[in-house]
Design a protein around this ligand. Structure first.
Ligand code: F6P
Length: 362
């Protein structure tokens, strides 16, 4: 055991399995006699010194619970921290204050659970202050490289698949085109997996800009075959050839300035205008992130939590735990950040999907 006192921080959007990770870390710390500390509300809590010791009681009964007992935020970056001033907000580098808060409590290392943005900040602490850090890949989007899975993805896919099953029966009854808009930001992993699992007729993802004619052609083809309904899954970041992503809102002062959303309703409008069938859109939104994680995500999150403490014990710092060939390994965080992992256009699921008649809009 190298470190006697370890902090845990969850950053970015919440994700099913966060509590399972926290539980895995704390239980492993207890096993090795390490004191675990919880940092409240992501990097904001680190700067503002909201740090509490975590005991066995704190993690009791949380394995199956969604959200994070520590709280999270995707707004705060200690290296560019928003401070209230008389003219509104100004930004300051508060990273040294964050380090002081850790030192004051005797916290020697930090395990950070997050997606790309959070891991980027984690790496900055490692590079600039030599702070021993371990990253854990978290996002429903599954868009981090060097790992076969981020935890949370399986749950999001299951929820989207269940939604598709439900849309199927109502689509069939009313002879409608049902569109499900799913999350994923700039990656189409959720749409691709849920679309296949839920029997979608069209799957539209950002990696393959779509042509409206292809989508309309697919719907028409099904009508000709006597199938008077169709199911479309569209990723929030999907866009037409020569067009742009649909932005719901631009938010100043947020790390992720652009909020995607609205493409599903746009499609529904065009289909109704040009096609023969009525169309309806369901935006699944944050339902994909709330509630209990699947068994797969609970297990993966637990493995990641345990492996993070093992990595610290082995002195494997500055790395992210990752899943490769179904084994947990460690990769340098540097290798991961700023390199989004998108669906390769020749991905096997796309190839197989084409053989069973799925239209990808291209
Ligand atoms: O990265 C996870 C994610 O759920 C994306 O799929 C989505 O675009 C975004 O976060 C939504 O973020 P927010 O919680 O800020 O609405």
């Amino acid at each position: 055991m190298r470190y006697k006192s370890v902090g845990i921080l969850t950053g970015g959007g919440d994700c099913p399995g966060l509590n399972a990770v926290i539980r895995g870390i704390v239980k492993t710390c207890l096993h090795f006699g390490i004191q675990a500390w919880g940092i409240k509300d992501g990097f904001g809590g680190l700067v503002e010194n909201r740090i509490v010791p975590l005991s066995s009681q704190d993690i009791s009964g949380i394995l199956h619970r969604g959200g994070t007992i520590l709280g999270t935020t995707n707004r705060d970056n200690p290296f560019h921290y928003p401070m209230q001033c008389k003219d509104g907000f100004a930004y300051a580098d508060m990273s040294l204050q964050a380090i002081r808060n850790l030192t004051e409590k005797g916290i020697e290392a930090l395990i950070v659970v997050g997606g790309d943005g959070t891991l980027y900040i984690t790496n900055e602490f490692y590079q600039k202050y030599d702070l021993p850090v371990i990253g854990i890949p978290k996002t429903i989007d599954n868009d981090l490289p060097a790992t076969e899975r981020t935890f949370g993805f399986d749950t999001a896919v299951s929820i989207a698949t269940e939604a598709l099953d439900r849309l199927h029966t109502t689509a069939e009854s009313h002879h409608r085109v049902m569109i499900l808009e799913v999350m994923g930001r700039y990656a189409g992993w959720i749409a691709l997996h849920a679309g296949l699992a839920g029997g979608a007729d069209c799957i539209l993802i950002p990696e393959l800009p779509y042509m409206m004619e292809s989508v309309l052609h697919k719907i028409q083809e099904r009508i000709t075959q006597g199938k008077r309904f169709s199911i479309i899954v569209v990723a929030e970041g999907a866009y037409p050839v020569g067009g742009e992503m649909t932005i719901a809102r631009v938010v100043e002062g947020s790390a992720e300035k652009i909020r995607l959303g609205g493409i599903g309703n746009k499609l529904a409008y065009i289909i109704e205008e040009q096609g023969q069938l009525e169309a309806r859109c369901t935006v699944l939104g944050h339902l994909q992130r709330g509630g209990s994680p699947t068994a797969y995500d609970r297990i993966l999150a637990t493995r990641y939590g345990v492996a993070a403490v093992e990595a610290l014990n082995n002195g494997n710092i500055g790395c992210m735990v990752a899943l490769q060939n179904d084994a947990i390994t460690c990769v340098s965080i540097e290798r991961v950040v700023g390199k989004p992992y998108n669906v390769p256009v020749d991905h096997d699921l796309i190839k197989k999907g084409r053989f069973i008649g799925i239209c990808f809009g291209d």
